[in-house]
Design a protein around this ligand. Structure first.
Ligand code: NAP
Length: 290
């Protein structure tokens, strides 16, 4: 990589960010296309967010990814929001356009494009999402626009209900959104006829790789199992879904596709998905998370 006085700087800000895969696959993409960009990571804690954004303006940092815990709080420091970020009230990408900071959200696009990349069309389908945190929120908003039926199941039932209400409010009366607790009984009832099951909880993530929320006996070959976890690349849920003949998608697809959408906002160039995917896979293997 050749860095010069003209190189455009992009970065991820969050806390923590030192294990982020974004520098690895974004730099691989810039290099592959010979773009004069570089991507780094900055740990920014809650108290420093306002100063960090002032720094972005004064240093002329060109693009940002924003991750936990700043996706909502960063909004007040921006000049404009694109329509989707404004609707959802969450920003994970910022473009510094001639000194004006514009906020976007590509998390939902990441979910939809990960499905598309794996030849799964959610249109009119029954989708069950496990979890009601930030990742479930992005998936729910995006899928409510296309899925036939959306069911949000969460350990804390109140959070499932709140998310379902917000999604219904945004998607309008056409949305068929239901919610419930995350129990053996609700899983049995809802997974029986599910088309796409999405795990948006950390259950099964390294180091607790033998954990799963879904009993293997509930899985069937007619469903798609999408686990948002990418460390490890193959969770127990994904492994058992494969064993019963179900189609599976891992979290890396989502991560890469949301990053690819950010890349395209900054560069205006189509992102080299395969290059980004390969770089991230190699990095995960290098860290022992295959
Ligand atoms: P979050 O906001 O903290 O939400 C976590 C969710 O998981 C909550 O709904 C929580 O339920 C539930 N949960 C946690 N532990 C549980 C357990 N032991 N049993 C049942 N439910 C449990 O986290 P997040 O940002 O949404 O992230 C969730 C997962 O998605 C993580 O594994 C993260 O790595 C992954 N993720 C992947 C991508 C990607 O690009 N692939 C992007 C974002 C996140 P309660 O409400 O009851 O606490």
């Amino acid at each position: 990589m050749k860095v010069s006085g003209r190189t455009k700087v992009c970065a991820v800000i969050g806390d923590p960010v030192e294990h982020s895969l974004s520098p690895c696959f974004q730099n691989a993409a810039f290099q592959h296309l010979n773009l004069d960009f570089v991507y780094v990571a900055f740990t920014v804690n809650v108290e420093n967010l306002g100063n960090a954004i002032l720094g972005v303006r004064s240093l002329g940092i060109y693009g940002l990814n924003v991750t936990m815990p700043h996706k909502i709080s960063v909004i007040r420091y921006l000049d404009y929001l694109d329509e989707r970020a404004d609707r959802i009230k969450s920003v994970n990408t910022i473009l510094n356009k001639d000194g004006k900071l514009i906020g976007y959200t590509t998390d939902g696009i990441g979910v939809l494009n990960a499905l598309k990349y794996n030849d799964v069309d959610p249109k009119g389908k029954k989708v069950v999402i496990l979890g009601a945190g930030g990742a479930a929120r992005s998936a729910s908003y995006a899928l409510s626009e296309v899925a036939g039926e959306l069911v949000i199941l969460n350990r804390t039932i109140r959070r499932a209900r709140n998310l379902a209400y917000k999604v219904s409010e945004l998607a309008g009366v056409r949305a068929n959104v239901r919610w419930g607790g995350l129990t053996m009984e609700s899983l049995r009832r809802e997974i029986h006829e599910v088309d796409i099951l999405i795990n948006a909880t950390p259950v099964g993530m390294s180091p607790d790789v033998n954990e799963t929320l879904v009993d293997k006996r509930l899985l069937h070959p007619d469903m798609v199992v999408f686990d948002m976890i990418y460390h490890p690349l193959k969770t127990r849920l994904v492994r058992e879904a494969e064993e019963v003949g179900a189609k599976t998608i891992n979290g890396l697809s989502m991560l890469i596709h949301q990053g690819a959408a950010s890349f395209e906002i900054w560069t205006g160039v189509k992102a080299p998905i395969e290059v980004m995917m390969k770089a991230a896979e190699e990095e995960i293997r290098r860290r022992g998370g295959a």
